[in-house]
Design a protein around this ligand. Structure first.
Ligand SMILES: Cc1ncc(COP(=O)(O)O)c(C=O)c1O
Length: 431
């Protein structure tokens, strides 16, 4: 197990140096820590399990490329994510294409690109594949299971939901599939929810999958070679010991897995658990103020850059671990005993980075670095709201002599140009 679940602590000097070269806010990814983490996850999950990385957690090409070294494939949920994975060098046969909304065009493009496993989430997705004659696809049915994840998790199954096909509707699907023998049912997919904290829920998912597999009519079951149990392993924002105990998974699930025939590929798809602890979000304190008895630090990045800070998208209010890096020079305001709220730049009280934080000797110009921000970062945020520039993503690793830019930030210009503004005129206004 990794000793230090959060990697940000070692980086104070580096972050200060980077700030001399790049505009804040930015993300910093420790790519060596990411490699170690994927190796560690690989070593801990049962040997039989195939591992897919869920690109939605962070679709940056550079992260996908590194994760794909230790994982079997990438779970993608849009044409954009397919493109990211393919451009990262992952062969299309190593992708599994999920998602509650796929247009006919998405489905046709995925087939053309060479994606073979498609997770169908609604009856019309099956009908479109049939209509388009895409017999090269191996169909995987996403089932809305009966199993419920714990109360502290975000549920995406076991209740009415837009995801997957109800278990009770499978008989109708089987009838439909029999009318088109060229269509190949190759497996099932269950994703019950995210932030699952215990292995017993995973065991319950595996057991329900076993029931679904056993209930499949014989003529269809012979083709089944892929069962995807989802994942949703938790990684709490504050690195508390309630992260998913992957080290104990084998003992809990090995016997249940041994029940599946050997030719059937078994898989987990993991996002947050892989990347969350490898990313640090760095922002600058622009303004300190005191209002009606409470201290406020207003920063240059908040939920426009990282949605995990917002109260709406968080089901549990916890502060991310925060490293205070004093400015090298400052002539701004100073609060000796700051204790209050760290907020972002948006015009909404929801834009809260941390609540009730004690930060002794806080000055305007200081940097705050928040750990465990590697998952559901920029691409899960609302970067266009208020039209601030989006943060860059910067990677460090021993392979790089220098920190490398993993994603540049040009969205303000891009957005204005996309609205028809002249590039030179935009450059003149923003210079
Ligand atoms: C179908 C599916 N697979 C995988 C994931 C990744 O979940 P997590 O980041 O919790 O591992 C999600 C997240 O919403 C999902 O919807």
């Amino acid at each position: 197990m990794l000793d230090n679940q959060s990697v940000f602590g070692q980086f104070a000097t580096l972050i200060s140096d980077l700030y001399q070269r790049y505009e804040l806010p930015f993300y910093l990814f420790d790519l060596d820590a990411l490699d170690k983490r994927t190796e560690w996850v690989r070593a801990n999950v049962p040997a039989r399990m195939h591992l897919y990385y869920s690109a939605k957690a962070n679709p940056n090409l550079h992260l996908i490329r590194r994760i794909a070294v230790n994982f079997d494939g990438i779970e993608v949920a849009s044409l954009g994510e397919i493109a990211a994975a393919v451009l990262a060098g992952v062969a299309p046969e190593r992708l599994v294409f999920v998602g509650p909304m796929k247009t006919k065009q998405d489905i046709a493009a995925a087939a053309r690109i060479g994606v073979r496993r498609i997770v169908v989430e609604s009856i019309n997705q099956i009908q479109w594949i049939k209509m388009l004659g895409l017999t090269e696809f191996k169909l995987v049915l996403r089932v809305n299971p009966d199993v419920k994840v714990g109360s502290s998790s975000i549920k995406m199954g076991g209740q009415p939901t837009q995801f997957g096909i109800d278990r009770s509707a499978l008989t109708t699907i089987y009838k439909d599939l029999r009318t088109a023998p060229e269509m190949r049912l190759s497996g099932y997919h269950i994703y019950a929810g995210t932030q699952i904290e215990n292995t017993e829920v995973t065991l319950a998912i595996i057991q329900e999958m076993r029931e679904i597999y056993d209930e499949t009519p014989d003529d269809l079951r012979t083709n089944i070679d892929f069962l995807d149990f989802g994942g949703g392993f938790s990684f709490p924002v504050d690195s508390s010991p309630t992260h998913y105990p992957v080290e104990t998974l084998r003992g809990v699930v090995d016997a249940a897995l041994a029940d599946f025939p050997e030719h059937v590929m078994l898989a987990f798809e993991l996002g947050r658990f892989v990347v969350a602890p490898t990313g640090v979000f760095c922002t600058r304190v622009e303004t300190l103020k005191h209002s009606k008895g409470r201290d406020f630090a207003i920063c240059d990045g908040g939920m426009n850059a990282f949605s995990g800070f917002s109260t709406q998208s968080r089901f549990k209010r916890q502060n991310f671990p925060c490293l205070h890096i004093p400015a090298r020079r400052t002539d701004g305001h100073h609060i000796a005993e700051f204790c209050g709220d760290v907020v972002g730049p948006l015009c909404t009280p929801a834009d809260m980075l941390a609540s009730g934080l004690a930060l002794p000797n806080l000055s305007e110009g200081d940097i705050l670095a928040f750990g465990n921000c590697g998952a559901y970062g920029l691409t899960h945020a609302m970067p266009l709201f208020l039209s601030h520039e989006a943060p860059m993503e910067i990677g460090i690793s021993n392979d790089f002599a220098e920190p490398a830019i993993l994603r540049n930030s040009t969205q303000v210009v891009d957005s204005l140009v996309a609205q028809g503004a002249d590039l030179a005129a935009v450059a003149e206004v923003l210079r």
